[in-house]
Design a binder for this molecule. Structure first.
Ligand code: MLT
Length: 429
């Protein structure tokens, strides 16, 4: 075997012999061992709880280098996209693979404006759901029913239908989310206004005349746009992996994305932004000092929410951008935000403590988002819905990419069985 071939293969020595497995190198030099022949050749599976070492697909959408704190969508660093692009441009990039030309962006945006309405009976259905239910559960249910209201766009094998469903999802999710919010505060829904851009329309449908105008309104609009950009995709996180798994059964895109919303709702995933705010509230209300709180974290009595990440072993690059945004919005000499000050102190104390740095526990995307959303007037239980609005292009892009993947198969992991051996059924001889 030549050195070159050795580079591109690994050998697995096991009791029954030696298996040579191919090694693929990704565009950023990352290497992955293909295990397709493992079970057939050796009778063995691999055990990888939580898929920490498993690449379940090849993808061209997002690149993360967790050690270096790098995140790129379709090759573009998120820092550049954050400065140079709007959320709609980024959504287009993530879904279709390239930044849009001005004409393409206008066409995309026009289609979203035209499709932002939901059918009247869908509105009635949303209004009939429990108004004090968690909005993530209501959003997931509403997204699921889109398949029933729009059954002309549920066939994964028809590209035109998938495209139509893409537009409908992007266009209608803000309308659905805003209606669910207004129901929760006992206010009438506000219909989408086709003269407004995507984010403006969402904040108007949410807050109506109560949204700030002038300089503050503009700053809030830009902040929501930036937060959506920073959440647009994150490769095979739990909710995106869920969208792919559900979609791999040829389930329609609405069903697959409703499953993604459900996966995102958990406090170990998107629900963490809500959990961070609740933690900060509790520290403030209980009067515990930050030092004592961190001691309790070390004793495993409480969890430090918004710190640490499965992939980033250093700063989450999104958290730096979000901290900058929070500073812009909340660090006002005239009116300092109490929870932001507390978050800053908590971050500084944790980063000065080797317990946290040795364990690579740095602030993640969720740490500062909540304080910004709260300052804008969003209630805590809407934070994860905002994450879902941002993540939607990523879910759509992964669903679509999978449909064209030549290696596409229904997701069907194996298990390592550790249960009882065959047993005699009671009463049998
Ligand atoms: C995300 O953006 O989905 C979260 O950071 C979680 C993850 O990537 O695992």
């Amino acid at each position: 075997m030549s050195d070159d071939e050795k580079e591109r293969t690994v050998e697995l020595h096991y009791e029954g012999g030696t298996l040579t497995l191919p090694v693929f190198t990704g565009t950023e030099g990352e290497r992955t061992i293909e295990l397709k022949t493992l079970l057939g050749s050796t009778g063995m599976t691999t055990l990888d709880p939580g898929f920490g070492n498993t690449a379940s697909c090849s993808s061209k959408i997002t690149y993360i280098d967790g050690a270096a704190g790098i995140l790129r969508y379709r090759g573009y660093p998120i820092q550049d996209l954050a400065v140079g692009s709007s959320f709609l441009e980024v959504a287009y990039l993530v879904i279709y693979g390239e930044l849009p030309e001005p004409g393409q962006l206008k066409e995309f945006s026009d289609k979203l404006r035209e499709n932002a309405d939901i059918p009247d009976d869908m509105g009635t259905f949303i209004d009939a759901m429990p108004r004090n239910g968690h909005p993530m559960s209501l959003v997931a249910s509403a997204v699921n029913t889109l398949a029933a209201y729009y059954d002309d766009s549920v066939d994964p094998d028809d590209e035109n239908q998938v495209e139509l469903a893409t537009i409908r999802l992007m266009a209608k999710l803000p309308t659905i989310a805003a209606r669910i919010y207004r129901n929760s505060i006992g206010e009438q829904p506000i219909a989408p206004d086709p003269s407004l851009d995507y984010v403006e329309n969402f904040t108007r449908m949410t807050f109506g005349d109560a949204r700030p105008d002038g300089e503050l309104g503009e700053l809030f609009g830009k902040a929501v746009d930036l937060l959506l950009i920073l959440h647009a995709d994150h490769e095979l996180n739990c909710s995106t992996a869920t969208v792919r798994v559900v979609g791999s059964s040829q389930a329609d895109i609405f069903a697959s994305i409703a499953s993604g919303v459900n996966a995102l709702s958990g406090p170990s995933h998107g629900g963490a932004n809500q959990a961070v705010l609740e933690m900060l509230d509790e520290i403030r209300d209980s009067g515990v000092s930050i030092e004592d709180f961190l001691e309790r974290v070390k004793n495993r009595e409480v969890r430090l929410m918004g710190f640490g990440h499965r992939v980033y072993k250093n700063f989450d690059p999104r958290s730096k951008e979000i901290k900058g945004l929070a500073t812009q919005i909340l660090d006002r000499d005239d009116n300092p935000d109490e929870l932001f000050e507390l978050a800053l102190k908590l971050e500084a104390a944790a980063l000065a403590d080797s317990y946290f740095t040795e364990r690579k526990l740095y602030p993640n995307v969720d740490f500062y988002t909540g304080v910004i959303y709260r300052a804008m007037g969003f209630p805590t239980n809407m934070f994860t819905v905002l994450f879902a609005l941002g993540r939607l292009p990523g879910w759509i892009a992964h669903y679509r990419e999978q449909l064209h993947d030549p290696a596409f198969r229904i997701a069907r992991p194996r298990q390592h069985y550790i249960g009882a051996n065959e047993r005699r059924y009671p009463g049998q001889g």
